[in-house]
Design a protein around this ligand. Structure first.
Ligand SMILES: NC(=O)c1ccc[n+]([C@@H]2O[C@H](COP(=O)([O-])OP(=O)(O)OC[C@H]3O[C@@H](n4cnc5c(N)ncnc54)[C@H](O)[C@@H]3O)[C@@H](O)[C@H]2O)c1
Length: 367
């Protein structure tokens, strides 16, 4: 890492200037550079000529490279971190190269496409004393923050079960200048909707059930001509309860529906709409005779779900990354959870391939 940085400003390079960096990360960095002045993007690398031209147009003054190797060779002395926004197949080797160059790493999900790669990245981060931090940005959606606050307030009691459904009418498309359908090609993506979206679903279950799952059973189907699944369902067993997840790229609508069941109430979320139902005893002998009634509150919490770049969630997440850097938390909670997400996804694939057999999950991270 460079010693040229006198203030607290973090200087970064973005590797992969596609949809998420062009519409999400870069606009958020530019806004943050203006409002807080604690970040600056000095370089970008992309293998696509068209994307490099777009980066040069949008970011005058930023140095643009055709591959991450030449960027790291030339810029490592000017940088504190790299932001890896390429397809998942390249996350691990770019992150290893960044650690070798002495840089911190912010990495898009899924962290890697195999568990061995995830383990070796976490180990490398620890050994090189550099932060590895995954983009677990759904935790930063305003409505998701409210779910967390309600659970923490104790109003719904102890959480016992969850359902998390993600409906998409198609796979997310990458920029047209490279390979817009890479998410459907296993060699780039490592898998279909579970690999692409599973991390978001799974780190939310860890948070809401306050534990890590011990077993998974999964089923998946593919209605397309591609070599990856477009529908995925699983049941996760936790020491504290159970979670059901359903992810589809063949839905008739784009939305999330989450339910969180507690022993004194429940939360139901449909994108921005949140309903909180809290039990109230009426003093009668039992429920069947009307001993419980529910006080229901409804709120609308604007979370911009329809904007797939989730630009408005980015800087709350970047605060966490910056905090890990300042505290020297090389492999923090989010990084460990990204590993557990990869374990879950890859184990779920084995379960689905073996007639939905329930398979055990480790709840710790081997480093
Ligand atoms: N957290 C979220 O909400 C969210 C949303 C969208 C995408 N993502 C993640 O962001 C990553 C990128 O997805 P996207 O939708 O932006 O894809 P994209 O196809 O739009 O962009 C990928 C870019 O990376 C470039 N690229 C490919 N291989 C490269 C390499 N080896 N070195 C340098 N550049 C390379 C391509 O030319 C392209 O410009 C994926 O990991 C995806 O899962 C996360």
């Amino acid at each position: 890492m460079s010693t040229l940085n006198p203030g607290k400003k973090l200087r970064g390079a973005v590797i992969g200037y596609g949809f998420i960096s062009g519409k999400g990360h870069i606009p958020a960095y530019l806004e943050r550079a203006k409002s807080k002045g604690d970040v600056e993007i000095v370089a970008v690398a992309d293998i696509s000529e068209g994307r490099r031209a777009e980066a040069a147009r949008v970011l005058p003054g930023v140095r643009v490279y055709s591959d991450y190797e030449s960027l790291l060779a030339k810029e490592k002395g000017n940088l504190d971190f790299v932001d890896i926004s390429t397809p998942p197949c390249d996350h691990a080797r770019i992150a290893h190269a960044a650690f070798d160059a002495g840089l911190h790493v912010l990495c898009e999900k899924p962290l890697t496409t195999t568990l061995d790669e995830a383990a070796s990245l976490l180990k490398h981060a620890q050994e090189s004393k550099r932060v590895i931090f995954p983009c677990h940005n759904y935790k930063h959606a305003p409505v998701v923050k409210t779910i967390r606050e309600i659970i923490a307030s104790g109003r719904i009691g102890k959480v016992t079960s969850l359902t998390l459904s993600t409906y998409r009418n198609t796979h997310a498309k990458g920029v047209t200048e490279w390979n817009t359908n890479w998410r459907r090609e296993k060699k780039y993506s490592g898998g279909g909707i579970a690999m692409d979206h599973g991390s978001h679903t799974f780190y939310l279950t860890f948070d809401w059930l306050g534990a890590y799952p011990t077993a998974v059973t999964a089923k998946m189907t593919n209605l397309s001509q591609y070599d990856t699944e477009d529908n995925f369902s699983c049941v996760l067993t936790f020491p504290t309860g159970v979670a059901h997840a359903h992810l589809t790229w063949t839905a008739g609508v784009r939305k999330v529906i989450y339910t969180v069941q507690g022993d004194r109430g429940a939360i139901t979320v449909d994108d921005d709409d949140l309903q909180l139902a809290v039990m109230e005893s009426t003093g009668g002998p039992d429920v069947a005779q009307g001993a419980v009634k529910w006080n229901v509150e409804k709120q609308v919490i604007q979370s911009n779900w329809m904007d797939a770049s989730h630009v408005s969630w980015f800087n709350s997440m970047f605060d966490q990354f910056a905090e890990c850097i300042s505290k020297g938390e090389w492999v923090g909670k989010e990084a460990k959870e990204s590993y557990l997400c990869i374990q879950l996804i890859t184990t779920a694939y084995r379960s689905a391939a073996d007639g939905c057999r329930e398979l055990p999950l480790a709840t710790d991270v081997r480093l």
